[in-house]
Write a protein of this length. Structure first.
Length: 147
Protein backbone atom coordinates (compact mmCIF):
# COMPACT_ATOMS: atom_id res chain seq x y z
CA UNK A 1 0.00 0.00 0.00
CA UNK A 2 1.42 3.35 -1.06
CA UNK A 3 1.33 6.43 1.13
CA UNK A 4 1.01 9.87 -0.46
CA UNK A 5 1.84 12.85 1.74
CA UNK A 6 1.64 16.56 1.01
CA UNK A 7 3.11 19.26 3.20
CA UNK A 8 3.19 23.03 2.84
CA UNK A 9 6.47 24.59 3.99
CA UNK A 10 8.10 28.00 3.68
CA UNK A 11 9.92 26.64 0.62
CA UNK A 12 6.65 25.59 -1.03
CA UNK A 13 4.52 22.49 -1.28
CA UNK A 14 6.11 19.05 -1.33
CA UNK A 15 4.39 15.77 -2.14
CA UNK A 16 5.91 12.35 -1.59
CA UNK A 17 4.90 8.79 -2.33
CA UNK A 18 6.35 6.32 0.16
CA UNK A 19 8.83 9.00 1.24
CA UNK A 20 10.11 9.76 -2.28
CA UNK A 21 9.19 12.92 -4.23
CA UNK A 22 6.12 12.48 -6.42
CA UNK A 23 7.05 13.09 -10.04
CA UNK A 24 5.62 16.28 -11.56
CA UNK A 25 3.89 15.25 -14.78
CA UNK A 26 4.50 18.32 -16.92
CA UNK A 27 4.56 15.94 -19.90
CA UNK A 28 0.83 15.39 -19.29
CA UNK A 29 -0.13 18.89 -18.21
CA UNK A 30 1.96 20.82 -20.71
CA UNK A 31 2.91 23.10 -17.82
CA UNK A 32 6.49 22.87 -16.59
CA UNK A 33 6.35 25.92 -14.31
CA UNK A 34 3.45 25.26 -11.94
CA UNK A 35 4.32 23.49 -8.68
CA UNK A 36 2.04 21.20 -6.69
CA UNK A 37 -0.59 22.92 -4.58
CA UNK A 38 -3.95 22.03 -3.03
CA UNK A 39 -6.92 23.40 -1.13
CA UNK A 40 -8.45 24.93 -4.27
CA UNK A 41 -9.11 23.95 -7.88
CA UNK A 42 -5.93 24.99 -9.64
CA UNK A 43 -3.74 23.91 -12.54
CA UNK A 44 -4.38 20.20 -12.10
CA UNK A 45 -0.68 19.45 -11.70
CA UNK A 46 -1.19 17.53 -8.44
CA UNK A 47 -4.24 15.69 -9.77
CA UNK A 48 -2.36 14.46 -12.82
CA UNK A 49 0.65 13.34 -10.80
CA UNK A 50 -1.37 11.57 -8.10
CA UNK A 51 -3.69 9.83 -10.54
CA UNK A 52 -0.93 8.82 -12.94
CA UNK A 53 1.10 7.29 -10.12
CA UNK A 54 -1.89 5.67 -8.44
CA UNK A 55 -3.60 4.32 -11.58
CA UNK A 56 -0.46 3.58 -13.60
CA UNK A 57 -2.37 4.81 -16.66
CA UNK A 58 -1.61 8.28 -18.02
CA UNK A 59 -4.61 8.41 -20.36
CA UNK A 60 -7.03 7.50 -17.58
CA UNK A 61 -5.30 10.00 -15.27
CA UNK A 62 -5.80 12.76 -17.85
CA UNK A 63 -9.48 11.85 -18.24
CA UNK A 64 -10.17 11.85 -14.48
CA UNK A 65 -7.93 14.78 -13.48
CA UNK A 66 -10.41 17.68 -13.90
CA UNK A 67 -13.08 16.02 -11.74
CA UNK A 68 -10.46 14.79 -9.24
CA UNK A 69 -9.12 18.35 -8.97
CA UNK A 70 -12.59 19.68 -8.11
CA UNK A 71 -13.70 16.82 -5.86
CA UNK A 72 -10.51 15.90 -4.00
CA UNK A 73 -7.52 18.23 -4.44
CA UNK A 74 -9.61 21.36 -3.87
CA UNK A 75 -10.75 19.90 -0.55
CA UNK A 76 -7.43 18.71 0.88
CA UNK A 77 -6.41 20.35 4.17
CA UNK A 78 -4.24 23.43 3.67
CA UNK A 79 -1.12 22.56 5.69
CA UNK A 80 -0.64 18.82 5.24
CA UNK A 81 -2.44 15.66 4.26
CA UNK A 82 -1.82 11.93 3.91
CA UNK A 83 -3.64 9.54 1.58
CA UNK A 84 -3.23 5.80 1.16
CA UNK A 85 -4.27 3.65 -1.80
CA UNK A 86 -7.69 2.78 -0.31
CA UNK A 87 -8.57 6.46 0.21
CA UNK A 88 -7.55 7.30 -3.36
CA UNK A 89 -9.56 4.36 -4.65
CA UNK A 90 -12.61 5.55 -2.70
CA UNK A 91 -12.23 9.06 -4.10
CA UNK A 92 -11.67 7.90 -7.69
CA UNK A 93 -14.46 5.30 -7.74
CA UNK A 94 -17.39 7.69 -8.30
CA UNK A 95 -15.37 9.65 -10.85
CA UNK A 96 -14.54 6.49 -12.80
CA UNK A 97 -18.06 5.05 -12.68
CA UNK A 98 -19.87 3.92 -15.77
CA UNK A 99 -23.65 4.00 -15.81
CA UNK A 100 -23.71 5.16 -12.19
CA UNK A 101 -21.92 2.11 -10.81
CA UNK A 102 -18.25 1.98 -9.86
CA UNK A 103 -16.07 -0.38 -11.86
CA UNK A 104 -15.28 -3.71 -10.18
CA UNK A 105 -11.68 -2.70 -9.50
CA UNK A 106 -12.97 -0.32 -6.79
CA UNK A 107 -15.50 -2.64 -5.12
CA UNK A 108 -15.38 -2.75 -1.35
CA UNK A 109 -13.32 0.41 -0.95
CA UNK A 110 -14.69 3.16 1.27
CA UNK A 111 -17.19 0.93 3.00
CA UNK A 112 -18.18 1.46 6.60
CA UNK A 113 -15.28 0.82 8.98
CA UNK A 114 -12.56 1.93 6.56
CA UNK A 115 -10.55 4.88 7.81
CA UNK A 116 -7.89 7.33 6.75
CA UNK A 117 -5.89 10.22 8.11
CA UNK A 118 -5.54 13.65 6.58
CA UNK A 119 -2.64 15.20 8.43
CA UNK A 120 -3.39 14.43 12.05
CA UNK A 121 -7.16 14.37 11.58
CA UNK A 122 -8.76 10.89 11.40
CA UNK A 123 -11.34 10.61 8.66
CA UNK A 124 -13.99 7.97 8.05
CA UNK A 125 -13.55 7.32 4.32
CA UNK A 126 -17.09 5.95 4.05
CA UNK A 127 -18.24 9.54 4.60
CA UNK A 128 -15.50 11.14 2.44
CA UNK A 129 -16.88 10.59 -1.05
CA UNK A 130 -20.55 11.35 -0.22
CA UNK A 131 -19.40 14.53 1.53
CA UNK A 132 -17.43 15.57 -1.54
CA UNK A 133 -20.41 14.80 -3.80
CA UNK A 134 -22.82 16.90 -1.68
CA UNK A 135 -24.38 20.05 -3.03
CA UNK A 136 -22.25 23.21 -2.67
CA UNK A 137 -24.54 24.60 0.03
CA UNK A 138 -23.84 21.42 2.00
CA UNK A 139 -20.07 21.82 1.68
CA UNK A 140 -19.66 19.60 -1.40
CA UNK A 141 -17.84 20.00 -4.72
CA UNK A 142 -17.41 23.77 -4.84
CA UNK A 143 -17.56 24.25 -1.06
CA UNK A 144 -15.21 23.11 1.68
CA UNK A 145 -15.18 19.44 2.60
CA UNK A 146 -17.25 18.83 5.71
CA UNK A 147 -16.25 15.75 7.68
Amino acid sequence: MRTYHGERTRQGCTVTVDGRPLRVRSDLSGNATTAFDWGFAGSGQLSLALLSDFLGDDRRAEALAPAFEQEVVANLPHDSWTLHDPELAAAVAPLASVGGEAQDVWSGVGEEGDGAAFGDMPVDTAALVPAMRAAPEEGGATGRLRI
